[in-house]
Design a protein around this ligand. Structure first.
Ligand code: NAD
Length: 454
């Protein structure tokens, strides 16, 4: 077999590369050992958000009486909940397969490895290609002394759990940890998060960390910060965990969510001369590896491990291969959303990063409380908008907390991505009543024309 491009891995980064390259007239083969759509579609973004929607519905039923709606929560039918999740994923999977087929992209169902310059082995087949794209994604990291199995879950098993656990210990207060904590708490479980650092979602801006901590406290989610697991044991009835500080915890299950590492072993990368750094593929800004004709996209490239970054990487590499000069993906401008209740959404620099880069006196921070926003009040939530600007300069970062604020990040992303000054965007009218008005209020205030802000 011979082709212009062979992509190893059919997840977000890999299939985006294939779609864009085919659109640009290239012959593309995708080698995928499991299912196209990868972690995001089958074991990550999509199924978790389906379950989080169930959680949101459960919360809405619980709160319905306050709105005069006489509904009573009788329970959650776990098998129907999973049928909803599976149905959704199956539909999207079918859609993606159709799309790949329609663009004339061949998918080879096999484990792909690099066999040499311009050569990929896919099971029994050898594919000769002018370009090879590594898009193999990431795997769940497991701390020493722990092993996934039985009552010790990775997010993959957690998604498919056939019961609503009475109690869970979540190891790691990053994105996966807090999303599952939020989900299980809504479904009625007792949840304890064990996080090694001093905050949940430690890489987010302080205002988001504080609000998530406050909301979780109110919801009865326990947290053990600055704590690590020393040992864990399980039997038929549950798991018991010893923390390094001597405390011990017991629960039905333990979820391990301490980060994901690049899936780059066993691919023949180093043998082919592709340089790795702590397992990540080393690339230049155009996502070229150290070997001519070999590229890398998505989670195998160090940076935020997000599906939408993978999509954009794929587009970038396909366009490069096709001879154009697309702008490199700027990791700092990739929006981030944490789908907890409340949601968190952010783009650009945190306050700490902005202070470090520009100096404490060179930035202005505006916090707008969503208590002043009618739509948020109607949705029954609370939260905030934080906009950070370079004083007399562009917006550097936007950080949102509140119900459904993930849907607001696109405006923030354009403002930050286009280096807009609050004065540029303040005259643009926001519809009323919407939560997006809160962003408008923040821009108005930063432009020196506060409307509903003191
Ligand atoms: P993460 O890096 O977001 O969080 C891991 C957390 O575990 C960190 O807070 C870390 O301090 C903590 N930790 C590490 N070792 C520990 C230990 N031994 N004991 C206690 N705590 C420990 O990783 P994740 O939550 O596993 O998620 C993996 C990747 O998947 C992330 O890069 C994330 O962006 C991505 N993801 C994104 C979304 C989303 O965009 N909504 C959802 C899920 C996952």
């Amino acid at each position: 077999m011979h082709t212009d491009i062979v992509v190893i891995g059919g997840g977000s980064g890999g299939y985006a590369t294939a779609l864009r390259a085919a659109e640009l007239g290239k012959r593309v083969i995708v080698v995928e050992r499991d299912k196209v759509g990868g972690t995001c579609l089958h074991r990550g973004c999509i199924p978790t958000k389906a379950l989080l929607h169930v959680a949101e519905t459960v919360d809405a039923v619980r709160e319905a009486a306050g709105l005069g709606v006489l509904a009573e929560l009788q329970g959650v039918d776990v098998s129907r909940m999973h049928a909803f999740r599976e149905g959704l994923v199956a539909k999207k999977h079918k859609g993606l397969q159709g799309l790949l087929k329609a663009r004339g992209i061949e998918v080879v169902a096999a484990e792909g490895t690099i066999a040499g310059p311009g050569r990929v082995r896919a099971g029994e087949t050898e594919i000769l290609a002018t370009n090879i794209v590594i898009a193999t994604g990431a795997y769940t990291r497991v701390p020493p002394g722990l092993e996934i199995g039985g009552r010790v879950l990775s997010s993959e098993q957690a998604l498919e759990l056939g019961e609503i656990p009475a109690s869970v210990i979540v190891l790691g207060g990053g994105v996966i940890g807090v999303e599952f904590a939020s989900l299980w708490r809504s479904l009625g479980a007792e949840v304890t998060i064990v996080e090694a650092l001093d905050h949940l979602v430690p890489t987010e801006d302080e205002t988001l960390r504080t609000q998530l901590a406050r909301a979780f406290r109110k919801r009865g989610i326990q947290t053990r910060l600055g704590a690590r697991v020393a040992t864990a044991a399980q039997d038929d009835s549950g798991v018991s965990v010893q923390l390094e500080d001597g405390a011990s915890l017991t629960a039905d299950y333990l979820l391990v969510a301490v980060g994901r590492g690049p899936a780059t072993t066993g691919l023949g990368l180093e043998e082919a001369g592709v340089r790795l750094d702590r397992g990540f593929v080393v690339t230049d800004v155009d996502l070229r590896t150290s070997v001519e004709g070999v590229w890398a996209v998505g989670d195998v490239v160090v940076g935020p491990q997000l599906a939408h970054r993978g999509f954009q990487h794929g587009i970038q590499v396909a366009e490069r291969i096709a001879g154009s000069t697309p702008a490199p993906v700027a990791d700092e401008l990739v929006p981030r959303i944490v789908y907890t209740s409340p949601e968190l959404a952010s783009v650009g620099l945190t306050r700490a990063q902005a202070e470090e880069r520009h100096g404490v006196d060179a930035i202005t921070v505006l916090d707008y409380n969503l208590a002043g926003n009618a739509r948020t009040e109607i949705l029954g939530g609370s939260g905030s908008v934080r906009v950070i600007r370079k004083t007399d300069g562009p917006v550097l970062g936007v950080h949102l907390a509140g119900p459904r604020v993930g849907e607001l990040i696109s405006e923030a992303q354009l403002v930050v991505g286009w280096d807009a000054h609050p004065e540029d965007v303040a005259p643009l009218v926001h519809a009323h009543p919407t939560q997006s008005e809160a962003l408008g209020e923040a821009f108005l205030a930063l432009a020196g024309k506060p409307l509903h802000v003191l």
